[in-house]
Design a protein around this ligand. Structure first.
Ligand code: NAI
Length: 487
C-alpha cells in the first residue's frame, strides 16, 4: 500500500488524542491535517501542541529545526475533504458510535481506494463502527494511549473485514512512528482496559475493608513494584473516567462478575470527588499521598531460625546474613517460615491467619523480595507485629499492618491481575506474550501479569485464587481455566 515513504495523514479530532497522534506522525516526517468540526477545538489543539513543543525545546528534548518542521507539517482545518489525498485517516473524535459510524461512511466516499481508515476508540466495537464503510477491507482499530508521544503501545484491532495487507501496513506504519503494535481481538476493553481492571478494583476492595488508602498505595508500589498505587492512580486518571471504563467493560461483558465496578468508586463519582482535577478524590487536594508512618518496631533480633532449604524467604535470609544476624537452620520449621524471638513468620500464601495454627505472622507477597523496601504483615498480636517489624527493620525493610484478609493485599492484587490476563489468553483476545507486552507498555506495569504467574508457579497462583474465592465466597476470584490446566 505504499506506506513506507511518508504520505499525508489525516487525524480527525483535535482533542487530547488527536493532537498527540498528529504530533508523532509529523515527527516521523508525515504531512498531517488535523480536522475538527469545532473551530475553537482546532485553535485549542494547535495552541496546546505548540506550547508542548516549546516546552520540549526549552528542556533540550527537541531541537528548534525539528520543532519548526513539525509545526509546518501540521495543518488544522474543518474541511473533511482534505482526506481525499491521505494514505491514512485516524479518527479520534467523541466516543459516540453513531457519530463515528457516520464519519466513516462519509470518509469512505472521500478517500482514495488504498487509504487506510482507523478508529482510536477505547470502548466501542471496531466491527460495529465499520458497518457503513465503502471498502471495509481497509478499516481497523488503532488504539493509542494517553499521552500519545510518551506511550509506546498501540493496540491494533483488526475488524472482521480488514484485509491482511491493511493489518500489515498499519502495523509497519506505527512501528515507523516508534510505537509497538500488539494485535488484539475486537473485544470490550481490548487488552489493557480489560486486564488492568483488578488493579483498581482490588485497591477499592481493600479500602472498603478498612485498609488506609496510603497503606494500600505504599504497599502496591513498595512491594508490588507498581509505579503508582491504584488509588492515587485513579485520582490522577479521574474517578469519573476510570469508573466509566469499569462500567463500560462490565456492561459490555453482560455483567460478568469479574469486572464488577466498585461501589466506593461510584460513591466518589456521585459525590463529585473526581480526583486531582476536582481537588478531592480518594485523597484531599492534588498532591500525591504521603507514605504513612511505618509499624512500630520491637528490638532487633540477634538470631533467626530458618528452614534448612530456604524457599520464598531466601532473599530475606541473605539480607539477614548481610545485616549480621545469626541464621540458624531448624529442621522443625516448615518451608517458607522464619522463627524470630519465638514468633513464627510465614509467607502468606492464600489462607487467613485465623485459619492457620502454625504461625503468628503472615508476610504478604512482594514482586521482588530482594528489592522490596516495604512489606505488609498480618499479626496475631501486638507483640508478634512488633517482633516481625523489628526483624524487617533490622534487614532494611519497613512494615505496614494489614487486616486478616484472604490473600492479604499484594498477593491478591497480583493473582487477580494474572487471573484477568489468563482469561484474556484463554479467550484468545491476544497471545500471552502480547498481553504481557501490552500491560507493560500500555499500563506501565513493571512486569507482565503472566510472566509473574510463570515465575510464581501456575499451581501456586491457582491455589491462591481458589482459596481466596472460597474464603470470600466471591466467584470473581475463581481461577481461569488457564490455571486449572495445571502448571
Ligand atoms: P476530546 O474530547 O479531547 O476530543 C475530541 C474532539 O473531537 C473534540 O475536539 C471535538 O470537537 C471533536 N469532534 C467531535 N465530533 C466530531 C466530528 N463529528 N467531526 C470532527 N470532530 C469532531 O477526546 P479525546 O480524549 O481526544 O478522545 C478521542 C477518542 O480517543 C475517543 O474515541 C476516545 O475513546 C479515544 N481515546 C481516548 C483516550 C484518552 O485517554 N483520552 C485514550 C485512548 C483513546
Amino acid at each position: 500500500m505504499g506506506l513506507e515513504s511518508p504520505g499525508m495523514i489525516v487525524v480527525i479530532g483535535a482533542g487530547t488524542m488527536g493532537a498527540g497522534i498528529a504530533e508523532i506522525a509529523a515527527r516521523a516526517g508525515h504531512d498531517v491535517h488535523v480536522v475538527d468540526a469545532d473551530e475553537s477545538a482546532l485553535v485549542r489543539g494547535s495552541r496546546t501542541l505548540g506550547e508542548r513543543l516549546d516546552g520540549l525545546v526549552a528542556r533540550g528534548k527537541l531541537d528548534e529545526a525539528t520543532r519548526a518542521g513539525v509545526s509546518t507539517r501540521i495543518r488544522w482545518t474543518t474541511d473533511l475533504e482534505v482526506a481525499a489525498s491521505a494514505i491514512l485517516v485516524i479518527e479520534a473524535i467523541v466516543e459516540k458510535p453513531d457519530v463515528k459510524r457516520g464519519l466513516f461512511a462519509a470518509l469512505g466516499r472521500i478517500v482514495r481506494p488504498d487509504c487506510l481508515l482507523a478508529s482510536n476508540t477505547s470502548s466501542l466495537s471496531i466491527n460495529a463502527l465499520g458497518t457503513d464503510i465503502v471498502g471495509p477491507e481497509r478499516f481497523l482499530g488503532l488504539h493509542f494511549f494517553n499521552p500519545v508521544p510518551a506511550m509506546k503501545l498501540v493496540e491494533l484491532v483488526p475488524a472482521s473485514t480488514s484485509s491482511l495487507a491493511t493489518i500489515e501496513a498499519a502495523g509497519n506504519l506505527v512501528r515507523m512512528w516508534g510505537k509497538q503494535p500488539v494485535t488484539v481481538r475486537d473485544v470490550p476493553g481490548f487488552i489493557v482496559n480489560r486486564v488492568a481492571r483488578p488493579y483498581y478494583s482490588e485497591g477499592f476492595a481493600a479500602l472498603e475493608e478498612g485498609v488506609a488508602p496510603e497503606v494500600i498505595d505504599a504497599l502496591l508500589s513498595g512491594a508490588g513494584g507498581f509505579r503508582m498505587g491504584p488509588l492515587a492512580l485513579t485520582d490522577l486518571i479521574g474517578q469519573d473516567v476510570n469508573y466509566a471504563v469499569a462500567v463500560s467493560v462490565y456492561q459490555s461483558y453482560q455483567g460478568r462478575t469479574r469486572f464488577r465496578p466498585q461501589p466506593t468508586q461510584r460513591a466518589l463519582v456521585e459525590a463529585g470527588a473526581l480526583g486531582r482535577k476536582s481537588g478531592r478524590g480518594v485523597y484531599a487536594g492534588d498532591a500525591a499521598p504521603i507514605v504513612p508512618p511505618l509499624l512500630e518496631t520491637g528490638s532487633s533480633p540477634r538470631a533467626i531460625r530458618v528452614e534448612p532449604r530456604p524457599g520464598v524467604f531466601a532473599p530475606l535470609i541473605t539480607a539477614a546474613l548481610a545485616a549480621g544476624l545469626s541464621v540458624i537452620p531448624d529442621a522443625s520449621l516448615e518451608p517458607d517460615m522464619v522463627l524470630v524471638d519465638g514468633v513464627t513468620i510465614a509467607s502468606g500464601d492464600r489462607r487467613r491467619l485465623c485459619d492457620r495454627q502454625d504461625c503468628d505472622v503472615l508476610l504478604d507477597a512482594a514482586r521482588n523480595l530482594t528489592t522490596a523496601k516495604l512489606l505488609g504483615i498480618t499479626a496475631s498480636s501486638a507483640r508478634a507485629a512488633r517482633t516481625a517489624s523489628g526483624f524487617l527493620s533490622a534487614i532494611g525493610r519497613g512494615a505496614f499492618e494489614l487486616p486478616d484478609r484472604p490473600g492479604q493485599l499484594v498477593l491478591r492484587t497480583l493473582a487477580q491481575l494474572a487471573n484477568a490476563a489468563a482469561d484474556a489468553a484463554v479467550e484468545e483476545v491476544a497471545n500471552a506474550d502480547d498481553i504481557d507486552t501490552a500491560m507493560v507498555l500500555g499500563a506501565n506495569h513493571p512486569e507482565g501479569p503472566l510472566a509473574w504467574a510463570g515465575r510464581t508457579g501456575k499451581s501456586r497462583v491457582a491455589h491462591a485464587l481458589t482459596a481466596i474465592a472460597a474464603a470470600t465466597q466471591d466467584d470473581i476470584y475463581s481461577p481461569s481455566s488457564w490455571y486449572r490446566e495445571g502448571s
